[in-house]
Design a protein around this ligand. Structure first.
Ligand code: ADP
Ligand code: TRP
Length: 338
């Protein structure tokens, strides 16, 4: 039997998922993994999170809730190994080995670091070495499992390219072909999901709607979507209409046409923004109903919480098996083991 290609992706989660994350990344990932065409590994990048977070409770909470979210969003635990990065500590050993074949200038040019760096050394004192080294750990994440495809958002493309380069550098340094060149699988360009203020939805701007927040909180967010001041019986615009843009995400073509019609025909049949927001709220809650129920189960019941922990444990076991095989080879060919 032909062995399956290896799919791997990391998730660096900071807090609850919003609908921008869902439509922009998670949905595609879930669909891809659930095809069962790949041997899949998805991990929560808790080592990486240490470059920006030192609160241990928060890290554990983020990790747990992310796994619960992915399961709630439909990731099939029988088709994927989900684990936390730090349960496969071999990855830090591999990252160290990669550090020794990675030239400094390459990391100076990495965008995650470049974004934060100030020109003068003096001003770099707030940047930790872990952040500087972020791409090398990520290369280790990918190459430890010799992943064939790495589904990521466009912003992570450079990191996958670094993994390819580092694979080559290692292979040349130790005259081997141990590491395969991974390919990023850039998720198809989904339209940017806009927040309640009409700009890109992002946690940092607090214009987001969390999928798993309470109904009350979601309602509050939806009811505060920014609109112009048109009256119910005035004709509504679609291009500048934040309610329409959000509502559209949940609709098929036919439903979309019907909603457009309501906005455009509001001189004849009045359709005010308040009613439009209430309609959106209904659609949204219905769309996420099952996922919200599952999330509740995974996070708020003893049985569900145990299930999440057992999924992670099992994922880590399988991931370690693979990681150990690779490290055995690497330790031999680098002269660390006899
Ligand atoms: P945030 O910007 O809220 O901090 P993240 O940077 O953690 O979100 O993004 C995680 C994933 O979700 C990324 O793959 C990103 O492309 C996707 N994503 C985040 N916000 C949006 C959005 N507004 N529209 C589409 N995709 C998004
Ligand atoms: N850096 C990625 C992000 O911020 C997360 C990540 C860590 C990752 N290691 C990875 C993604 C390995 C893919 C493969 O989204």
């Amino acid at each position: 039997m032909k062995s399956k290609k290896i799919l791997l992706s990391g998730v660096q989660s900071s807090g609850q998922l919003h609908i921008g994350n869902y439509f922009g990344a998670i949905k595609q990932m879930v669909d891809l993994v659930n095809t069962n065409e790949y041997e899949s590994y998805i991990f929560l990048a808790d080592y990486h999170s240490m470059t920006s977070l030192t609160n241990k409770e928060e890290r554990l909470k983020n990790t747990f809730e992310s796994v619960a979210s992915y399961l709630a969003c439909g990731l099939d635990k029988n088709k994927v190994n989900i684990f936390k990065q730090s349960d496969t500590p071999a990855v830090t050993e591999l990252a160290w080995i990669f550090n020794t074949v990675t030239p400094v200038p390459m990391l100076f040019l990495a965008h995650a670091f470049k974004d934060k760096k100030e020109n003068e050394i003096e001003k770099m004192k707030d940047i930790n070495v872990g952040l500087f080294d972020y791409p090398v750990l990520m290369a280790a994440d990918i190459l430890l499992y010799n992943a064939d495809i790495v589904p990521v958002g466009k912003d992570q493309e450079q990191h996958v390219e670094y993994a390819r380069e580092i694979a080559g550098k290692y292979n040349r340094a130790y005259n081997t072909n141990t590491f395969r060149s991974p390919n990023s699988f850039i998720q198809k360009e989904v339209a940017t999901v806009l927040g309640i203020d009409g700009t890109k939805m992002a946690k940092s701007k607090n214009n987001h709607i969390c999928m798993f927040a309470s109904e009350e909180e979601i309602k509050k967010k939806v009811m505060s979507i920014t609109t112009d001041s048109k009256l119910p019986n005035e004709k509504k615009d679609l291009d500048e209409n934040n309610i329409y843009k959000l509502h559209k995400l949940f609709l098929n073509t036919k439903e979309d046409e019907a909603l457009k019609e309501r906005f455009l025909n509001s001189t004849r049949v009045p359709y005010g923004y308040k009613e439009a927001k209430e309609d959106l709220l209904k659609t949204l809650l219905l769309y996420f109903k099952d996922m919200r129920k599952k999330y509740e189960y995974y996070t708020n019941t003893e049985k569900g919480r145990k299930e999440v922990m057992s999924v992670m444990k099992n994922g880590a076991k399988n991931a370690n098996k693979k990681a150990d095989e690779m490290m055995k080879k690497v330790r031999k060919e680098t002269g660390l083991d006899f």
